[in-house]
Design a protein around this ligand. Structure first.
Ligand code: SF4
Ligand code: SF4
Length: 86
């Protein structure tokens, strides 16, 4: 990670068990804050995305996901995390 504070402007509710592991959301996320699990699988046997700091609330993930896995919420006040907290 860089020494810059990370700014998070939104968050997601991820319906993990609705995911089919297609990975479309990973490349669709402009700040690249979604990553697929490596070992954990959902109840249907698929890897699924997890969210890291830095979401902008842009909704690109929810727009591209064929299975309506994401609900996006934008914060009224951005959350800033200093590097020393990581
Ligand atoms: S786009 Fe939707 S179905 Fe595909 S991996 Fe992402 S969350 Fe899962
Ligand atoms: S809302 Fe935008 S920034 Fe946040 S995870 Fe989805 S695509 Fe990425």
């Amino acid at each position: 990670m860089s020494n810059q504070p990370s700014v998070t402007r939104g968050t997601l509710v991820i319906d993990v068990d609705a995911c089919k592991g297609c990975e479309l959301c990973i490349d669709a996320c402009p700040p690249r804050v979604l990553e697929m699990t490596t070992h954990e699988l959902n109840s249907r046997g698929y890897r699924y995305p997890v969210l890291f700091d830095g979401c902008t609330g842009c909704r690109a993930c929810s727009q591209i996901c064929p299975d309506f896995v994401f609900q996006v919420y934008k914060y009224e006040t951005p959350m800033v995390r200093e590097p020393s907290e990581e």
